[in-house]
Design a binder for this molecule. Structure first.
Ligand code: RUQ
Ligand code: CUA
Length: 659
């Protein structure tokens, strides 16, 4: 609802409502309730889905993994938010993944997802996610469906145009949604009204070790004029080597953007030649700047994440390096910026636009060569709109946001204001079909629809508002996804399902791409955790000053040790629990009553995780397994006794070794 209000700028309200009505033929009963042709989305019990869909959880900071076409929720992957269901961000091993230069942050707003690609096609290795609030990019390992790495983006506020990637996952980009006082100047304490002089917008190219581990590092930052950079897409095939970023607020307003950033008829898509930027840097034209940002990596052999602080960033100024950036004028408060599978067509979305502009990459190169510029902005040439335009899709609806492709020459664009998905022909710029969404669709997705080889078959609309679609749940209602079959000429809605958090972008790929690689357990023989208990004989307790380390094993259906005494007030207790199981799908959980930092562990077979627990009072505290693991799961429990600080109770535990 909040978004609706933002979009309904005073003067636009009427037009918007008119369009809303036209674009929403909701009197047609089948359109409202689906195709009515039976259970096309039904996947029988025990059968697998054809696709995995990864849907951003928006302000939940997580990712929902669904099967398609059933819409069954398979897993929630925590990325930027603590998640008790996985013990993520609670165990000592996973906490470092949430470290930032601002400290430990338990939350973020996760908008967009990207599956790694090779030659522009999905390769099933990693999934990237952006943190919009405290700028970061995460990499999820698709063998484990776990967050493996998080890198912070300095000199950025609101990492929205992210984590879009180049054709071979060479780079993952980030762009600043809120321009900010240049951190590298060393002085960010400036009056807000000096926006025009002092605020800059950085476009960051994060390098990926695409041949090996996938590990990320900061490649370089392009220091752009202080606009709001919004979304982006890499070039493909012929346009490989280029990246396109939409931006709004070229008015450079710093207050009431709702009005002040909607003044101009056109803002821009910035076309960035990143290969040329690389060349300039190789020639020494970049500048190394001091910064402070955190890089968190998870080591699978020790089951432990670590954080390191990094201190410099390569930057490049487009005004000093001609040929790396051009602005393409784009109507009206640009949002989405999408590139078709051939790499020739660049589609702009405009939140307040009533047309869809389609640009031609070939025409853009010609216009650059022929210098068809309409002036410049801070030294960056502004290309002539007509010179780069392939065509405009007329009367498509109101408020085009995002576009995906089916690989058959068709594009699918979401319309927030008129609440519909519109299918159109890219070459002809002609509307072919429209389907209402319930309600106010944001992003949409076609499996592989952003790659060189879309899988087609479905389009999913991700809706911000559901109103009357489901049973009411108090003041807050769920968001939803709607699945349409696009194998015929007409789109047909076949399923409507609630989602976790607010889905922004999503990605889907054939199930076969991931299924075969899915990890079943961690091998105990490869467990290099420094506090691992690799067999029951290794269970022990150890005191190091005020720290008590408990090396504990868990196997159906007991912990060892399960009686610990001699802990004293003032001690910090570390439960290092190893799950000795080696069978697929036999996790154990672990929790202790009370204590500061009270939390939960979830241990996958072969895994070691640590809970830090600081007792606040003397007594005997029970602990137990939280994950139903066998018929005698309820028996899987123990006690830890806490005595006064000056007590003479000796540290001991019922281990197999003689104490
Ligand atoms: S943005 S719709 Cu991040 Cu369009 Cu969500
Ligand atoms: Cu182990 Cu329940």
């Amino acid at each position: 609802m909040r978004r609706l209000t933002t979009i309904f700028v005073s003067g636009v309200v009427l037009t918007a409502l008119v369009f809303f009505m036209i674009g929403c033929p909701s009197t047609d009963k089948t359109a409202v309730t689906g195709s009515g042709q039976g259970n096309e989305a039904f996947v029988p019990p025990g059968k697998h889905d054809d696709f995995y869909a990864f849907m951003s959880g928006g302000f939940s900071g997580q990712i929902g993994v669904y099967g398609l076409p059933s819409g069954r929720l398979l897993r929630v992957i925590p990325v930027f938010s603590q998640d008790a269901e996985k013990g993520y961000g609670y165990s000592e091993e996973t906490k470092p993944l949430l470290n930032t230069s601002h400290g430990f942050i338990q939350w973020d707003d996760l908008h967009h997802l990207q599956l790694s690609v090779t030659n522009g096609e999905q390769d099933g290795r990693w999934l990237f996610a952006n943190a919009n609030n405290t700028p970061r990019i995460a990499r999820i390992d698709l063998r484990t469906f776990r967050t493996a790495e998080v890198i912070e983006i300095p000199n950025t506020g609101g990492n929205h145009a992210s984590p879009f990637i180049t054709e071979n996952t060479e780079y993952i980009v980030s762009a600043t949604r809120f321009s900010v006082p240049n951190e590298y100047s060393g002085n960010t304490d400036v009056p807000i009204e000096t926006y025009k002089e002092n605020f800059k917008g950085a476009l960051t190219f994060v390098k990926c070790d695409n041949k090996n581990s996938g590990e990320m590092s900061l490649g370089f930052q392009i220091l752009m004029p202080g606009f709001n950079y919004d979304l982006s897409r890499a070039g493909k095939d012929k346009s490989h080597g280029w990246f396109f970023f939409s931006c709004y607020n070229s008015e450079q307003a710093n207050t009431m953007l709702e009005i002040n950033a909607s003044q101009k008829d056109k803002d821009f898509i910035a076309a960035v030649n990143w290969k040329k930027a690389e060349e300039y840097i190789a020639q020494g034209k970049g500048k190394m700047m001091k910064a402070s940002y955190i890089h968190n990596t998870y080591d699978e052999s020790t089951h432990t994440a670590k954080s390191e602080t990094l201190t410099d960033v390569m930057t490049i100024d487009p005004a000093e390096c001609p040929g790396i950036v051009y602005y393409i004028p784009t109507p009206k408060s640009p949002h989405g910026c999408d590139v078709d599978p051939t790499g020739e067509y660049i589609v702009g979305g405009g939140k307040l636009a009533a047309i869809i502009p389609v640009y031609s990459f070939t025409k853009m190169l010609d216009a650059i060569n022929a210098k068809k510029f309409d002036g410049d902005f801070n030294g960056i040439p502004v290309l002539n709109y007509q010179a780069v335009l392939h065509g405009e899709v007329k009367k498509p609806g109101l408020g085009p946001l995002h576009t995906e492709f089916d690989g058959k020459g068709n594009a699918y664009t979401s319309f927030f204001v008129s609440s519909e998905i519109v299918k159109w022909d890219i070459k002809e710029c002609k509307v072919l079909d429209r389907a209402p969404t319930y309600y106010s669709v944001g992003h949409l997705l076609v499996p592989g629809g952003d790659t060189r080889k879309p899988h087609g078959k479905y389009v999913i609309g991700m809706n911000k508002i559901t109103k009357d679609r489901y049973l009411p749940t108090g003041p807050e209602l769920t968001q939803s996804a709607q699945l349409y079959d696009i194998s015929g000429d007409k789109m047909r809605m076949i399923l409507d399902f609630p989602t976790i958090g607010e889905p922004h972008y999503a990605q889907a790929c054939p199930a076969d791409l991931l299924k075969k690689n899915s990890l079943k357990s961690y091998k105990l023989t490869e467990n290099k955790h420094p506090y691992a208990t690799l067999g029951e004989k290794e269970a022990k307790v150890e005191r190091k000053g005020n720290d008590v380390h408990i090396y504990m094993s868990s196997i159906r259906s007991h912990f060892l040790p399960d009686n610990v005494e001699g802990v004293k007030l003032g001690d910090v207790v570390y439960f290092h629990v190893t799950n000795l199981e080696q069978d697929w799908d036999v996790p154990h959980g672990f929790a202790v009553k009370g204590g500061a930092d009270c939390s939960e562990l979830l241990l996958m077979p072969g895994e070691t995780q640590t809970m830090k627990w600081i007792p606040k009072a003397t007594g005997v505290y029970p602990f137990y397994c939280t994950d139903f693991c066998s018929a005698l799961h309820q028996e899987m429990q123990g006690y830890i006794r806490v005595s006064p600080a000056n007590s003479s109770v000796e540290l001991k535990a019922n281990t197999l070794a003689k104490n």
